[in-house]
Design a protein around this ligand. Structure first.
Ligand code: PMP
Length: 415
């Protein structure tokens, strides 16, 4: 029983282990864009950007099974799979980003990125936004505002106000310039700026392409590196481009990847230029027991194959705008904005000019109760966040919008 599992989980794993939703779900099976719970109830998955090419895609399952039955070992033996994968991956990048390090999680990838910037600049000072999350190592968790570090933020970290509606590119760039000046004045030096080019954890405010051009110039003028955390928007989710930095028109020095990369198998990467890789490798060495092992590489390679063969980036480019158009057609007094790109979209709700936090919390529950999984984001939890698997169809989109319409009608305005 799910309730037994919940209490056994708390007893075994400790308290405060996060779950989604008021009634946590016990998901036991997945296929394509659907998952099923322990009571055999079907859900349309509109949230989970890990099963990028669809839950349990047979091609990825087969690649994992075959390689696991052949060999899996640590990464200091030669194996062609990892080389082939990195060659294929890097071919998807411009800007001289031709080399990669394979790791296991987005957190590790960002941790490596920070050290690459340190190796190149000889400085530690780093800037992120004040409404983000870049992972759970001690270095990157110091960039997160959700759970401030014990003892306060380290002196080499500066957090600038996250973009929000109405903020101009010049304002964002000026805040970054001020933060750089503070780091220099404090004797910390400046190594770089880490941000998600889609501002996924900042509730993806609507920003125009080119929004980060002035910021990029400020960072370059100060001798820092741009680290694009593509853990969420990467691998074509935004439809028009494979990578968020190309979508927004930003030239990064380092790109980090994770979540969707191997359809759920723990694989992540740091992609960069050879000069940066050389500085990092010679400063720190670096090896990662599991990062890029044969099974992980097979899973990542199969995922890449499926994205290409099933034209999933194109699918995101055609289905995504159809979804946002239909969402804009929903009529609700609190609906403030429908936004997003490709298969990454959301709805912001405001009540009397203020974030409709409680309303959105209740709306999420109403939607889940109707068999669709999504969630919320934003400083005040006022934005519905949706990132379905990439094979999401027009029919799935219509189902989502119908459920949202019903849930909106069922959610009390005074929730
Ligand atoms: N960067 C971003 C933008 C993320 O959203 C996350 C996880 N949500 C991470 C990094 C960390 O990835 P992981 O959980 O794989 O360590």
């Amino acid at each position: 029983m799910t309730s037994d599992l919940l209490s056994r989980r708390a007893a075994a794993l400790g308290g405060h282990v996060p779950t989604f939703y008021r009634q946590p779900l016990e998901i036991v099976r997945g296929a394509g864009v659907h998952v099923w719970d322990a009571q055999r109830r079907q859900y349309l998955d509109c949230y989970n950007n890990v099963p990028h090419v669809g839950h349990c895609h047979p091609r990825v399952v087969e690649a994992i099974a075959q390689q696991a039955a052949t060999l899996n070992t640590h990464t200091r033996y030669l194996h062609p799979m990892v080389v082939e994968y990195v060659e294929r991956l890097c071919a998807k990048f411009d800007h001289g980003l031709t080399q990669a390090i394979m790791v296991c999680t987005g957190s590790e990838a960002n941790d490596v990125a920070l050290r690459m910037a340190q190796a190149v600049t000889g400085a530690r000072g780093v800037i992120a936004t004040d409404a983000t999350y870049h992972g759970n190592t001690s270095a990157v968790s110091a960039l997160s505002t959700r759970r401030p570090p014990i003892g306060g933020y380290p002196p080499h970290v500066r957090l600038v106000p996250a973009p929000e509606a109405g903020m101009t590119d010049a304002e964002f760039a000026a805040n970054v310039a001020d933060a750089i000046a503070e780091l220099e004045a404090a004797g910390e030096g400046f190594s770089g700026l880490m941000l998600c080019p889609f501002f996924a954890n900042e509730a993806f405010p609507t920003v125009a392409p080119g929004f980060l051009c002035a910021t990029e110039q400020v960072v370059r003028d100060a001798g820092g590196l741009i680290m694009a955390d593509e853990v969420q928007p990467g691998f074509g989710r935004l439809g028009s481009h494979w990578w968020g930095h190309d979508w927004i028109g930003l030239v990064p020095d380092i790109v980090t990847l994770g979540k969707p990369m191997a359809n759920g198998h723990p694989v992540a990467a740091v992609v960069t230029r050879p000069d940066i890789m050389e500085a990092f490798r010679s400063a720190f060495g670096y090896f990662n027991t599991f990062g890029g092992n044969p099974v992980s590489s097979a899973a990542a390679l199969a995922t890449l194959d499926v994205i290409e063969e099933e034209a999933l980036v194109q699918n995101a480019a055609t289905v995504g705008p159809h979804v946002t158009e239909m969402l804009r057609g929903l009529d609700h007094p609190f609906l403030h904005e429908v936004r997003g790109a490709g298969l990454f979209f959301g709805m912001e709700f405001r009540k009397d000019g203020a974030p409709a936090t409680d309303f959105v919390a209740e709306l999420v529950e109403q939607v889940v109760a109707r068999g669709v999984l999504l969630n919320k984001i934003g400083r005040h939890g006022e934005v519905l966040k949706m990132r379905p698997p990439m094979p999401f169809s027009h029919q799935n989109a219509e189902h989502l919008v119908q459920v949202l319409d019903d849930a909106l009608k069922a959610t009390p305005l005074d929730a």
